[in-house]
Design a protein around this ligand. Structure first.
Ligand code: MSP
Length: 517
């Protein structure tokens, strides 16, 4: 265990509409990792926020007759409310309209300019407003952006450019020498091939808009939205003035983003940092996309899933569990109500919830609500003990690699093993036989196992994990907030004579057939 600082960020979201389940996926993955690191004892800083200086945001504000800043002010609580509903444990929420961010953008720009990497030029070509990106002819399919299916615009602007090409070789070298700089591999290979094909210098200002950070060397231009947005990762930890926090947390340990924005994060951003003389982030981890029944979410088709509504209806842990367990980080995944309800009922209500509930019932019925001692340990108990004590160690590298679905599958293997153990040891028979020492050993072995499960599940489904802890009565011994990951590798943790609490099932079964979509 190390108290070393850990800095994790997500992409900042455009505020032209409210967050959907795809945005939620990213925040939930990052939250699970941040919580895991805190449990490991790392001093963690977790940054999320809103990206406000985009043309689409400006357009949306105009359509509502609002000045862009006023519109963004109204959107902030809409995002924050969703993240609170999903129990996202961020340390700071950044907005790019924040004056402190403007200072940071100007400072980084000044450093890059001082390094001789800014020049004036003319851009003539394609621009996709949804990506907020300049596009090569070859990037378009029949004139449309393949990601957004919208027509790209022809633009001709006199802009300021950043000498991105100057950093191509250094980037190639860095990526090759640092295998975990871009993960997963598929994204790394994509970036390597873009770099090998060759880069073009990139425009970093736009003269056509006033909505943004004024360009320090020519305030008739606004800083290009991506150049501005990426710098939020520095602003979030106090750049340029809050040196103490900045020194502690930079470089970031991980930028967690979606697969559609890897070029900005893996090429443009590190080149900007190299130019400004700042260290590069350690890892950029790009997840896949969440689709709804195999389709991109669409307002017109009514397939946008609102994460807050799911959380309100079934609890945020049910949604967090589904996203983390069902969707492999490095692949695209799918949300459907059928799958959601199936996972909920099978994994949460049945495997885990039912195991807890019946264990507590047996302790109440057979032992007056007290956990007993382990005075008659047999091979079957030791086998279960070894399996559970190994879980935290097994899943740590998975979590470090963002393989959350594998980590949860591993935890569920041990939960299933505990269910098998209950059937095999048959505590109800031991009770009938008045085999007290054996009965106490069996039930306290299950309690010990559930206690470990609560600890390793804490980063994924924090509220439910705490309920397990409380119902097992362990809160009298250690408050859940103070639990470290190391305790998941211990046995004999729960005091004999601990009084369990009878509570209602933590995951009541969903009885409805299938939700209307
Ligand atoms: N504002 C930029 C990011 C700037 S970061 C310096 C942006 N915003 S976004 O709102 O379009 O997307 C925010 C994040 O959500 C991105 O990482 C994006 O990949 C992710 N997702 C958006 N739709 C998604 C899905 N359907 N599924 C999973 N993630 C997706 O890009």
């Amino acid at each position: 265990m190390s108290g070393k600082a850990f800095y994790i960020t997500t992409a900042i979201d455009y505020v032209n509409s409210v967050p959907h389940i795809g945005h939620a996926y990213e925040k939930v993955c990052a939250d699970a990792l941040a919580r895991w690191k805190r449990m490991e004892g790392r001093e963690t800083f977790f940054l999320i926020g809103n990206d406000e200086h985009s043309a689409n945001v400006e357009k949306r504000a105009a359509s509502l007759g609002l000045p862009p800043l006023q519109y963004c002010d109204q959107m902030e609580p809409k995002f924050v409310d969703v993240w609170k509903k999903l129990n996202i444990s961020y340390d700071r929420f950044i907005r790019t309209s924040n004056p402190l961010h403007h200072v940071a953008v100007k400072e980084l720009f000044a450093r890059i300019h001082k390094n001789g990497d800014i020049f004036k030029g003319k851009y003539k070509g394609w621009y996709c407003v949804s990506c907020e990106a300049y596009k090569k002819e070859g990037d378009l399919v029949e004139g449309k952006c393949p990601t957004h299916q919208t027509s790209a615009q022809q633009v001709e602007e006199e802009n300021y450019f950043f000498k991105l090409t100057k950093y191509r070789d250094a980037l190639l070298d860095h990526i090759e020498k640092n295998p975990s700089f871009i993960v997963p591999k598929i994204r790394k290979n994509e970036i390597l091939s873009v770099l090998r094909e060759g880069l073009e210098d990139v425009s970093v200002s736009r003269s056509s808009t006033k909505w943004g950070v004024p360009l320090p060397i020519d305030p008739s231009h606004a800083v290009y939205v991506w150049f501005d947005a990426l710098i939020n990762y520095l602003t979030g930890i106090g750049f340029p003035d809050g040196t103490e926090t900045f020194e502690k947390f930079w470089p970031a340990d991980i930028h967690m983003i979606g697969k559609d924005i890897t070029r900005f994060h893996c090429i443009m951003w590190p080149a900007m940092l190299l130019s400004a003389g700042l260290p590069l982030p350690k890892t950029i981890a790009a997840h896949g996309f969440v689709y709804v029944k195999g389709q991109k979410m669409s307002k017109t088709l009514g397939t946008v899933i609102d994460p807050a509504a799911v959380a309100d209806k079934y609890g945020h842990d049910a949604l967090r569990y589904f996203l983390l367990r069902e969707i492999a980080f490095d692949k695209d995944g799918d949300f459907s109500w059928e799958k959601f309800i199936e996972r909920y009922n099978a994994d949460l209500a049945n495997d885990l919830g039912n195991l807890l509930h019946r264990t507590l019932n047996m302790i109440n019925r057979y032992q007056g609500g007290r956990v007993g001692a382990k005075n008659d340990v047999q091979a079957i108990d030791s086998a279960l003990q070894s399996k559970l004590m190994a879980v935290a160690g097994t899943i740590t590298p998975m979590i470090d690699n963002c393989e959350f679905h594998d980590a949860l599958a591993t935890i569920w293997d041990s939960i299933k093993e505990m269910n098998t153990y209950v059937e095999k040891t048959s505590p109800w028979t031991l009770s009938k036989q008045k085999a007290t020492a054996r009965l106490e050993t069996v039930l306290s072995t299950i309690v010990e196992g559930l206690r470990i499960v609560a600890v390793v599940l804490k980063p994924f489904i924090p509220l439910s994990a705490e309920k397990i802890w409380d119902q097992l009565g362990i809160a009298q011994q250690t408050p859940f907030g103070a639990v470290s990951l190391d305790t998941a590798k211990q046995w004999q943790y729960v005091n004999p004579q601990t009084v369990v609490k009878t509570g209602s099932p933590i995951f009541p079964k969903i009885e409805i057939e299938i939700e209307n979509e």
